[in-house]
Design a protein around this ligand. Structure first.
Ligand code: SF4
Length: 250
């Protein structure tokens, strides 16, 4: 077995052992709860679990309040991130059991994220905005390599890249073609933008937003009239609206 496979299988087994260890320890502590030390451990574990639940609950409350009041709660930004990171996979799992499609949950997550970003204070007019677009927006027969440099586009107008370049220029924004999450992260690290407008499908946008850390990301969904990843389309007006929202506020 190659190292990469061994690592994953090893982590799976370690996770199983960890869960089994927690259950066994819980059972042992409860069975011997008359011992003072065990009681202290049980109470400490319950306090830590309650604190975590409170923090995550605070994050959910902050999401709801921010959306309802259209105002951010900066002190609870960390709790919001934690609630999203911890509960998002559970929400997807629950959705699967309840027969709710992943796409619907991803779209809902993107809408919530966009509302939270809109509720934030506007950035300064000179703020650097990064626009990340997927490669599949480019006409599949176009020979020009826009993944290396978007300015290699000859602006023939056969796809939305021409209009996106002109729109980005109007707003002094940086436009990059990200062929995946790794490249998107690299551009965010390099450019250090104050805000990002990302165009992608539901899955990639959700993953990107979760990955972006503290940088506000407004997501714009592309449409796929030719199926996934081929000659996809986006409303340049919608992308421009998102850029304006990041710079001027909602
Ligand atoms: S607009 Fe640019 S990227 Fe699109 S087909 Fe024309 S040259 Fe290629």
């Amino acid at each position: 077995m190659k190292t990469r496979k061994r690592l994953y299988v090893g982590l799976l087994m370690a996770s199983l052992l960890l869960v089994a260890g927690i259950i066994t320890s819980g059972w042992y502590l409860l069975a011997h709860r008359d011992v003072l030390m065990n009681r202290i451990i049980i109470i400490s574990a319950l306090v830590v679990a309650a604190a975590l639940l409170l923090l995550i609950g605070g994050g959910i409350l902050a999401i709801v309040l921010s959306i309802v009041r259209c105002k951010p709660i900066p002190s609870l930004d960390g709790a919001i991130r934690m609630a999203n990171e911890v509960l998002f996979p559970i929400a997807l799992f629950l959705g699967r059991i309840l027969g709710i499609s992943k796409e619907r949950i991803w779209r809902s997550f993107i809408a919530v994220n966009n509302s939270l970003v809109k509720a934030r204070k506007a950035l300064s007019p000179a703020s650097q905005v990064l626009i990340l677009i997927p490669h599949c927006l480019q006409d599949s027969e176009c020979p020009h390599k826009i993944t290396v440099d978007v300015n290699n586009c000859k602006k023939c107008g056969k796809c939305s890249i021409k209009d996106l370049i002109e729109m980005a220029d109007r707003h002094n924004a940086i436009l990059k073609v990200a062929t995946g999450g790794t490249l998107a992260r690299k551009y965010i690290t390099e450019v250090k933008p104050q805000g990002v407008v990302a165009v992608a499908c539901e899955r990639d946008l959700s993953a990107g937003i979760q990955d972006s850390g503290v940088v506000p990301v407004l997501g714009v969904l592309n449409s796929r009239p030719n199926g996934p990843c081929l000659n996809t389309e986006v409303s340049v007006e919608e992308v421009e609206k998102a850029v304006n929202l990041i710079i001027k506020g909602g």
